[in-house]
Design a protein around this ligand. Structure first.
Ligand code: HEC
Length: 187
């Protein structure tokens, strides 16, 4: 009489399928109960550090070390023009002062970071340039590759200047913010 035994490998495969199913069900339960899919949530610390690490790994090594050709020669006029550019294209999410406390910024997941803080300021000029021109996949950060390279480098200079922005500069930027007809301001 032949005993019909399963090959041992099948037990392993079955265990993997069951474990995968349990893990999937657990994740769905966790997402539904704890956070759901709301963009208003804050990414967890693990999610944040993993996303940042992956983003930096995905960036070509030569992008990091690119030299900003306009860093040393930045004039008050360059900063003024870049502040207008930032107010027009970036502030709707990042706010004129870079703190991202705007309706768009608060409603995006992940939220845009406060550009004045060290996490952004410690990126190299080359990394900031690369991020602005290529955007960030699976986030609200668009690619701004239609600008001239100089315009992007001047935005990098302006981001460096954000922590030192004066009340006068901030007030002036308001003129260049996008306007809406709705009562609630978007920023
Ligand atoms: C529609 C919203 C939106 C607009 C407009 C926008 N950004 Fe962003 N930006 C984001 C979001 C969201 C992130 C964060 C993405 C992430 O963490 O994965 C981000 C990230 C960044 C970062 C990376 C900061 C860091 O510490 O990692 C830089 C630099 C940046 N934006 C610059 C700009 C500039 C300059 C402009 C205008 C030319 C601009 N952004 C326009 C949403 C926006």
């Amino acid at each position: 009489m032949s005993s019909r035994k399963f090959h041992p490998a099948w037990y392993g495969i079955a265990a993997v399928i069951v474990a995968g199913g349990l893990l999937g069900a657990g994740m769905i339960l966790w997402l539904r109960s704890a956070r759901g899919f709301s963009c208003m949530a804050q990414p967890t610390a693990i999610e944040k550090s993993m996303a940042t690490a992956m983003r930096l790994m995905a960036m070509p090594a030569r992008a990091r070390t690119r030299i900003n050709p306009y860093a040393a020669s930045v004039t008050p006029k360059d900063l003024r023009l870049a502040s207008e550019h930032f107010a027009g294209h970036c502030a709707v999410c990042h706010n004129n002062n870079g703190d991202a406390q705007t309706d768009f910024g608060k409603g995006l997941y992940p939220h845009p970071p406060d550009l004045r803080k060290s996490a952004t300021q410690k990126l190299t000029d080359g990394q900031l340039y690369y991020i602005i021109r290529n955007g960030i996949r699976m986030s609200g950060m668009p690619a701004w590759s239609m600008d001239t390279p100089r315009e992007t480098w001047e935005l990098v200079n302006f981001i460096r200047h954000l922590p030192k922005l004066t009340p006068e500069q901030l007030a002036r930027m308001k003129r260049y913010d996008p306007k809406t007809k709705y009562k609630e301001p978007i920023m």
